[in-house]
Design a protein around this ligand. Sequence first.
Ligand code: ASP
Length: 353
Amino acid sequence: MPKAVSILATCIALALATPAQAEDWSLVIHGGAGTIQRENMTPEREAEIRAALDAALEAGSNVLRDGGSSLDAVTAAINILEDDPNFNAGRGAVFTWEETNSLDASIMRGDTLAAGAVAGASRTRHPIDLARKVMEESPHVLLSGEGADQFAREKGLEQVDPSYFYTQERYDALVRFKARAMQEEEARQLDVDYKFGTVGAVAMDQDGVISAGTSTGGMTGKRWGRIGDSPIIGAGTYANASCGVSATGTGEMFIRLSVAYRICEGSARAEEASPVSSVRQEAIAALMDEVNSQTHTNADLAIDAVGQLGGSGGVIFLSSDGTPGWSFDTPGMYRGSVTSGGEKVVSIYGDEE
Ligand code: ASP
């Protein structure tokens, strides 16, 4: 079949297919991926985690429903998880080798490609808010260490004593990690009953602007000032006009593969390739279905590539019409989504929706 006829036939076929309904707004969140299995979970803990994910979705969706910005929705959702000791971000962050908590976060808005990030903060209660201040009130993208906390103080962000971030459970995990590292000579960061616990959110507001953010304590026993993917724009977080991603997992591999950028960039190219200007509305919606599935495919491919490098983890994403999705290769990932036209979903295990 000649190419023009073939494109026309495709468009007619797509127009006849049930078109996707674009969302007015949408939100997807995660609370980390890892060895999360039913047999290791108490009913109380599971209920707490589900309630926290639900509360984060609620906080973010209230913003979006009221016509607020996707940036506000991302920070509202992440603030809830940063305050919850069940997650490895803010209070409840994992410990470094030196028995401190060192916090990383990043945020990006897709329409302008503005971005902000912080690495190694230790006194700012909400690292995601600090990342946003860096984006909106500094000429920089990434601040680190004591300077980052100093900037937070100058901008009036809430400061806490470093002991605020301490939790017994995370401290015990460090003790186990060290004992094992001593035995094995080489510190292996990737097991020790590992649950990544990083948190993230991606939102699309009623103006169609997509934003993404991620906040973490990093990995248990990290040392030498190690920084993972979470504060690296393009690795742990990325957003553009048609896609947003937040990641969790073995940060080194996510950095090496530019995972978040890779997923969004692939989706943008798929969208450009779609002949949307020349077809009817229904066909446009059907073509968007293709782009959505392309975003999902890109996410699956990226996680597969992480696995090939010896890492593991997951991503959440939104594609250009606000369709939420996730991909992970771990037994579970704390996750949830809600859209203007759909149900709220909260899931933990790999066999759930
Ligand atoms: N990606 C984070 C890091 O490597 C860890 C996590 O997702 O829990 O620092």
